[in-house]
Design a protein around this ligand. Structure first.
Ligand code: 4AZ
Length: 392
């Protein structure tokens, strides 16, 4: 072994060590529900049994915003999605024509005035929870998307309940030499829908993918209460470009609705007006623990700062657009990797709710200093997500 060979071996070990920490299991972040719910409507009797997807606590105000033209040229007002019956959208030829923006922050829908008066009616995005049971406190109306409910009564949340919106996409055993091969991640956004990356699902049919929810350790049977779901349909973004990975977003619809509990819970979609540059987000997944290394049996996560688009674009020859987010440790080592694709880049809002701001898309290697992970920016795709989930 000559001197240069020894040098190469040492260098390889240094690189390996630094990327090994790419996704670690840190302590749980402050994750307490926000309890000031003064703006919540309390006069809906059935409200307590419903969980819904929203963009922040304010989306619950059943208020008429700006005037607009609703489907069939009806006079309407912009309203939060949960307050407009979804058949209004389903009947519209082009759903996107009837979306509107509320206070520069939320995506709403132009709801006809004559049917928008009845209050909480948009049932399709209200997710029913199992009534009663260990995991669900009937009296608890302080949680919704992005705020996991506590685990066992009187007990602490287990590590498998830390990120209950994370979905694992895997190849069914019979199609993968008898082994369940997890190949991508995703996030639960409604009881039927998983948000993931188009490059994860492209070219695969529904029966070639299974979705496991509530999983933590793939190698251990009973440490969480995981549930396997059959896929009903896959909707890749129509403009996904497999050469550039532009519009790397896809929705998986489950054949049967999932039940929400302390292991399975939806994450919120982000507000559209906020840019998360310089904030610290978290990416989680079962992907490779270093570039070209083994995948992880347990769900790992790591904190990653969100880079400015300029700094990010300067790091790549490829085009980085404002529908992308870039995130990674500035010194390398903290990053997502192969197998984490499709999973969420998560951020906790000041009100305690977790939102998904990015979808793991691509990168050059993993954890290399100066080369962050590239994410699909979820806030750029809210109308597309609505069109392909609740309005479909
Ligand atoms: C991948 O190919 C991949 N370091 C995902 C994330 C990153 C690189 C590659 C980011 O799935």
């Amino acid at each position: 072994m000559n001197v240069s060979l020894i040098f190469v071996v040492i260098l390889l070990n240094v690189i390996k060590e630094s990327v090994l920490v790419s996704i670690r299991n840190d302590k749980v972040l402050v994750n307490r529900p926000f309890n000031n719910r003064s703006s919540s409507p309390t006069n809906f009797e059935h409200f307590r049994r419903k969980r819904y997807l929203g963009l922040s606590k304010r989306f619950k105000i059943n208020k008429r915003y700006q005037e607009c033209v609703a489907p069939d040229d009806a006079k309407g007002h912009c309203k939060h999605l949960i307050f407009c019956p979804m058949h209004v959208l389903k009947n519209a030829k082009n759903v996107l024509d009837y979306l509107c923006v509320i206070e520069r922050m939320h995506v709403g829908v132009c709801c006809p005035d004559d049917i928008a008066l009845s209050g909480l009616a948009g049932s399709q995005i209200i997710s029913d929870l199992p009534g009663g049971g260990d995991d669900y406190d009937e009296k608890d109306n302080t949680t919704g998307c992005g705020i996991p409910i506590e685990g066992n009564p009187g007990g602490k949340k287990s590590i498998g309940q830390q990120w209950p919106w994370i979905a694992a996409l895997y190849r069914p055993k019979e199609m993968a030499q008898g082994l369940e091969q997890q190949f991508c991640g995703g996030s639960v956004i409604t009881e039927y829908h998983i948000l993931t990356a188009a490059h994860c699902t492209l070219g695969l049919t529904a029966d070639e993918i299974r979705v496991r929810l509530g999983e933590y350790n793939f190698a251990q049977a009973n440490e969480s209460r995981s549930v396997d779901h059959i896929v009903e349909s896959i909707t890749d973004h129509e403009d996904f470009d497999k050469a550039t990975y532009a519009n790397d977003i896809s929705i998986i619809k489950l054949r049967t609705a999932t039940s929400f509990n302390s292991y399975i819970w939806p994450i919120c979609l982000p507000p559209i007006d906020r840019d998360f540059v310089n904030e610290v987000a978290i990416v989680a997944g079962w992907g490779q623990v270093y570039y070209a290394g083994p995948v992880s049996e347990v769900l790992r996560h790591v904190e990653v700062p969100v880079w400015t688009l300029e700094k990010c674009a300067n790091s790549f020859l490829q085009r980085i657009t404002d529908s992308n987010l870039c995130a990674a440790g500035y010194d390398g080592g903290k990053d997502s990797c192969l197998g984490d694709s499709g999973g969420p880049l998560m951020f906790q809002l000041e009100n305690g709710r977790w939102i998904t701001i990015g979808i793991v898309s691509w990168g050059i290697g993993c954890g290399n200093k100066g080369s962050p992970g590239i994410y699909t920016k979820v806030s750029s795709y809210i109308p597309w997500i609505i069109k392909n989930t609740i309005a479909k």
